[in-house]
Every structure is written in C-alpha cells, then in structure tokens.
Design a protein around this ligand. Structure first.
Ligand code: NAP
Length: 286
C-alpha cells in the first residue's frame, strides 16, 4: 500500500458526487477527514460551463470526475448525447484543469477495448470500442490527453456498491425473490467494488501517480459465476442457470472478454484481493 503522503495542494472537488462511484468518493474523503466539495446535477452541470465558474475553484487543486453518461444501451440510440458528456465535456474540463494546474482524476472503461482478447488488456493495448458508449469514453480519454494537463486516467469495469443501480444489488434482490434465474455465462470480466476503487484511486493520487491505470477487483468471472456467488452468500434457494448472450439480445454489443491488466496499479498499491471477498463484504451489508 502506498504511504499516506499528503494530497496535492488546493481544494478537492468531486463531480458526479451522487452517482455510485461519486458517493464512494464522498464517503471515503469524509472518513479520512479530507475537506471537499461535492457537485452534481442540478446545481452543477458538466454540460453547461456557465455553472462551472460558481462551483469550481479557480486555484490549483484536485478534481475527481465521476460524472458520465453510463447508459450503455441508451448510448446506441443517442450517441451524440453520450459523446457530449463522455467526450467533449471531458475535453473542456481537462483544458479548464490544465490552465489551473489542477490534477484531473477521470474514469474510463474496459469498453474502450474490443472485448475479444484471451488475456488481460494491458494499459497500452490497442483500443477498439465495440459500441457507442465505449467510443464516447475513448473520445473522453483522447481529449483528456490532448488537453496536456496533469491527469490520472483510471479504467475500471463492472462497478458495484451497496447503493445505486448495479448488477450485484439487482441479482441479490432477484435471487431472493425468484425460484429461477438465467444469467449470461459467455462474457468474462472483473467486478469492481466502487468503495475499493475510490480507495485505490486515492492511493494512486497520494503516490503522485499520473497517466493511465487499470483498477478493478482481482480475479475474473462471468455474470453467471458472479450471480452464483451472490445466491450462495445470501442463502437463496433460487436455481441459477447459465445462458448465452444470444439468449438476451441487447441494443449494445457486449465484450466476450474484458479483463483489465492490473500489474501497473498493483506495483503501486500492492496486490488487489479477489472479487469474491469484496462482493461478500457488500452482500453482508444489504
Ligand atoms: N458502472 C459501471 O459498471 C462502470 C464500468 C466502467 C466504468 N465506469 C465509469 O466509472 C465512472 C463512474 O460511474 P458510475 O457507475 O458511478 O456512474 P453513475 O452512477 O451513473 O453516476 C454518474 C453521476 O453523474 C451525474 N451526471 C450525469 N450527467 C451530469 C452532468 N451533465 N453534470 C454533472 N453530473 C452529471 C449523474 O447524475 P444523474 O443520476 O442525475 O444523471 C450521476 O450522479 C464513469 O466514468 C463511468 O463511465 C462505470
């Protein structure tokens, strides 16, 4: 684990503070007694620069951007809206931060890759998004880098938390309510605890790291394997059975394999525990 060195000087701001990851960040900063400003709609709109002046500090600091267009299927129907928030707004924010020498911490996704690999994607693997959401997040990555400021770009996947809309909570509820569940078993990835993502991100910031990092839980699984684990943890008698992606057609294509290589991150924050124990931690709190 990185040593608890001070954060870069200046105010700390969390954008998208009411979302799943944003809430984890606010909780973490509160527990660590780090003063911060939490911003989200409707007072602060990343799409409306007119709301920035009143909310974002003019001085150098740390800006943590958790806001995004996260509706993967919705993005297929409205790619311009996804591009506006995940691409162009990120570029504008990155240029705003660069002018003030503010560290911009930003999140991206495993969906920037083609989802066809058979081993974890290194940080410099060629990007080739399969769908509109991935293209919009890649646009944000590119505009962030082009802005030329100091940034920490963290790609993650399959977020869950005891709050917000996420697969772990949904499957916990469904497996308690239903006798049978069919879950996709031909997509492999990595669940990520939003709370541990925030904590690991803070470790990277404290270690003075910039550039691209991957941060998820350890191990890998399919959605079916994840659901079996959840049902086992909550003691449900639900019969969970595997099915294929083709059985559940969705508007956006889904990656067959989207595990992110964590070696660069683990070299800084230490070995990352497997998803099983972190999911158990969350299920125990639901
Ligand atoms: N969830 C995943 O599985 C996953 C996987 C890989 C990467 N990521 C990335 O991780 C980051 C955090 O994701 P998340 O799941 O925590 O997202 P989330 O729960 O959808 O939260 C996003 C937050 O941003 C807010 N927001 C939306 N439009 C905004 C705007 N124009 N101005 C200011 N705030 C706005 C949302 O408010 P409203 O709710 O009112 O719209 C929401 O509070 C994102 O960059 C996402 O792309 C997520």
């Amino acid at each position: 684990m990185a040593e608890a060195t001070p954060l870069p000087p200046g105010p700390v701001v969390v954008i998208g503070a009411s979302g799943m990851l944003g809430h984890a960040w606010c909780q973490l900063l509160t527990h660590q007694s780090i003063a911060f400003t939490a911003l989200d709609l409707p007072d602060f709109d990343l799409l409306a620069e007119s709301t920035w002046q009143a909310n974002l500090p003019e001085s150098r600091g740390v800006l943590i951007n958790c806001a995004a267009y996260t509706d993967v299927d919705g993005a297929e129907a409205d790619e311009p809206a996804a591009n506006e928030l995940n691409g162009h707004a990120v570029g504008r924010l990155a240029r705003w931060c660069a002018r003030r020498n503010t560290l911009l911490v930003h999140y991206s996704t495993d969906y920037v890759f083609n989802g066809a690999a058979d081993h974890p994607y290194p940080i410099d693997a060629p990007t080739a998004p399969m769908g509109a959401y991935g293209r919009s997040k890649l646009m944000g990555e590119q505009q962030l880098v082009e802005a030329g400021g100091t940034h920490l770009l963290i790609r993650t996947s399959w977020l869950y938390a005891p709050w917000g809309k996420n697969f772990v909570r949904t499957m916990h509820e469904l497996s308690c309510q239903r006798d049978e569940l069919k879950v996709v078993d031909d997509q492999t990835g990595r669940p990520t605890s939003a709370e541990h993502l925030a904590a690991g991100s803070l470790d990277l910031i404290r270690a003075g790291k910039t550039g691209v990092y991957h941060l998820t839980d350890g191990g890998q699984c399919t959605w079916y394997e994840l659901t079996c684990h959840i049902a086992q943890l909550n003691g449900s008698t639900c019969n969970v059975s595997p099915c294929t992606t083709a059985d559940f057609p969705r508007p956006a294509p889904r990656p067959t394999y989207s595990v992110l290589d964590l070696s660069r991150t683990e070299a800084v924050i230490g070995a990352i525990p497997g998803w099983q124990e972190r999911v158990a931690e969350v299920i125990g709190r639901l």
